[in-house]
Design a protein around this ligand. Structure first.
Ligand code: ATP
Length: 569
């Protein structure tokens, strides 16, 4: 029976490794393999739920079974927060186990770079070696045939996953289907016989169009009608617990705002409390507005700035490389100050995710933070390679050894002194209890001399506060043959007083502020407002019912779905 959980054994090379091998594997694979109940079990077998696992609900399990056990072509959708991403990660994990012996059998893609980053995949364009905007099948085929890895992928793929499909242009969907048929020479089967697993919410962001052109959604394409056998709508909202808020968001999603809903939204214009020291993240449609808002907040902080220049490399020609680097979420120059509000742009584990917001406490060396960890726990790791932070020395107490092992160089659970921002190892007056004494402050300072000072950040997570030293990490852009085009090693943080709605898609943000007066695209307001976990954490300025309208084509299409499901119920 295939299992959705992973407990890969490691080669034991010594006592430390033996200890580590006994630990449950806590890499990002564990994050992509969320602690979900195995869903490939026969329907009548009771589900095993362990203490730390998130159990998929019945509708999520149904989709997982349709995809993994029955091999069906499925589009699963649902409003924001219904667990599409979590389910997708469980599906990816189960499919990889199912096809473990066949490399390239499971291809994981998304419409945008950011969405693909969230599921450890690649963009659909990069996967298929498709030039954006090009639909000449013959030209595309001859180009793909020159890219051996891409050609191999087209032929070897048995399951193609496409996330955030609302942003996939319908014409592209048709092109993909035609290419699959041609390249796989299985002309009698839709999509060349590739199993499709597609997800997203068409009420969220639409495909990008030029010059105000109407979007052509994937569901309007001919291939969609031929290839998507089953549409499943997830209905249980997990992100928001408050049913009143869920109902309000649903009214908005359908574009039917009642007078009561309007009144409630207008009432959300009040400022949010700042009891945890964090201000709401303001969501803007344009990157320019985001940069301006963040720069103004930074200028208001009086402390000295700490600047991180990215370490860039890559084989692409200069102009192309610059473009690729520019599109990366990590910036070329990151300027931070103590008290700056920041957002993590890498997934680490279930509590520290791409989207976690925190406040910079100061800038410290890894060694000082390793000496100040609060508890002897093994930190969970990121799948990316370490980005340049130096490992701390090996002659340390057990807890410190474990901490320095974090492959991403992060130091978790740092304990700070009475000022609330200095690691205890640097506070002479602080005596740590219950662990081996930390190195003396003078030693820690001496060791710190050669090390790059890194931002120490207090994150607000659903599990509570955690202080983490953030090391540099790697961001890569590869071509369809897997060749490294551009690489950036940078601190994986961005300023987070403000962020773009586009980048916020898929995230859960505890405190959100949205000025609807700025929103210009259908779907944007719904994405922005539905990032908030609670109404208490949402501030809405200039509410205008017209601005929250869904696209009429999507409303029409959704009605046909409802009719189908009512008829088949
Ligand atoms: N079965 C489940 N049990 C408990 N929590 C869940 C479950 N499924 C999802 N969640 C949680 O609900 C929240 C929203 O889930 P997720 O991000 O997967 O939703 P989504 O449908 O992809 O949202 P969006 O469309 O806004 O990106 C996350 O915090 C996730 O961990």
């Amino acid at each position: 029976m295939p299992s959705a959980t992973t407990t890969k054994k490691r080669k034991s090379t010594g006592t430390a490794d033996e200890r580590a091998a006994k630990q449950p594997r806590q890499t990002l694979e564990a994050f992509f393999t969320p602690k979900v109940v195995v869903a490939c079990a026969p329907k009548d077998e009771p589900e095993k739920v362990t203490r730390e696992r998130v159990a998929l609900n019945a509708e999520q399990n149904k989709v997982l079974r349709m995809v993994v056990d029955e091999g069906k072509n499925v589009f699963f959708t649902g409003s924001a927060g219904t667990g599409k991403s979590l389910l997708l990660r469980a599906i990816i994990s189960a499919l990889r186990k199912k096809h473990a012996k066949k490399a390239d059998a499971v291809s994981v893609t998304a419409s945008t770079g950011i969405a693909s980053l969230n599921i450890g995949g690649t963009t659909i364009h990069a996967w298929g070696a498709i030039t954006p905007g090009m639909h000449d099948i013959d030209k595309l085929i001859s180009y793909i045939k020159t890219c051996k890895p891409a050609h191999k992928r087209w032929k070897a793929t048995q399951v193609l996953i496409i996330d955030e499909v609302s942003m996939v242009d319908g014409q592209l969907f048709d092109t993909l289907a035609k290419l699959a048929v041609e390249l796989r020479k299985k002309t009698n089967r839709p999509f060349g016989g590739i199993q499709l697993v597609v997800t997203g919410d068409f009420f969220q962001l639409p495909p990008v169009t030029r010059g105000g052109k109407e979007p052509f959604f994937a569901f309007q394409s001919t291939a969609w009608k031929q290839c998507i056998e089953h549409t499943v709508t997830l209905t249980q909202v997990f992100r928001q617990k408050d049913t009143t808020f869920v109902d309000l968001l649903n009214e908005m999603r359908r574009g039917e705002i009642s007078p009561e809903a309007r009144k409630t939204f207008v009432g959300l214009s009040r400022p949010l409390p700042q009891d945890d020291g964090l201000q709401p993240t303001e969501l803007f449609p344009l990157r320019m507005e985001v940069d301006r808002a963040n720069a103004a907040r930074m200028a208001a902080l009086t402390g000295p700035p700490c600047t991180y220049e990215a370490r860039d490399s890559g084989a692409a020609p200069a102009e192309k490389r610059a473009k690729l680097l520019d599109a990366m979420v990590a910036t070329r120059v990151l300027q931070l100050k103590a008290d700056a509000q920041v957002m993590l742009v890498k997934n680490v584990d279930e509590s520290l995710v791409n989207g976690s917001v925190g406040r910079v406490l100061g800038f410290f060396a890894t060694s000082a933070c390793v000496a100040s960890v609060a508890a002897p726990v093994l930190p969970e790791a990121s799948p990316t390679k370490p980005g340049g932070s130096k490992p701390a020395s090996s002659a340390k107490p057990k807890s410190q050894q474990d901490v320095s092992k974090a492959p991403n160089g992060f130091v978790r659970n740092v304990q700070v002194g009475p000022d609330g921002r200095t690691p205890v190892a640097l506070c002479p007056e602080t005596v740590k209890e219950n662990t081996t004494p930390p190195p003396s402050p003078s030693k820690a300072k001496a060791r710190a001399k050669d090390e790059e000072l890194l931002p120490l950040v207090e994150f607000s997570t659903p599990q509570g506060k955690e202080i983490v030293l953030i090391a540099r990490d790697e961001f890569r852009s590869e071509d369809s043959e897997g060749k490294l085009l551009a690489r950036r090693v940078q601190i994986p943080l961005v300023l987070a007083w403000a962020m773009s709605i586009h980048k916020s898609q898929g995230q859960t943000i505890q405190k959100v502020k949205v000025d609807l007066g700025r929103v210009f695209e259908k779907g944007q307001s719904y994405v922005a407002l539905s990032r908030a976990a609670t109404m208490e954490g949402l501030q809405v300025l200039r509410f205008d019912a017209k601005k929250v309208m869904a696209h009429p084509k999507v409303i029409e299409w959704a009605k046909t779905l409802e009719q189908t499901s009512t008829a088949s119920a």
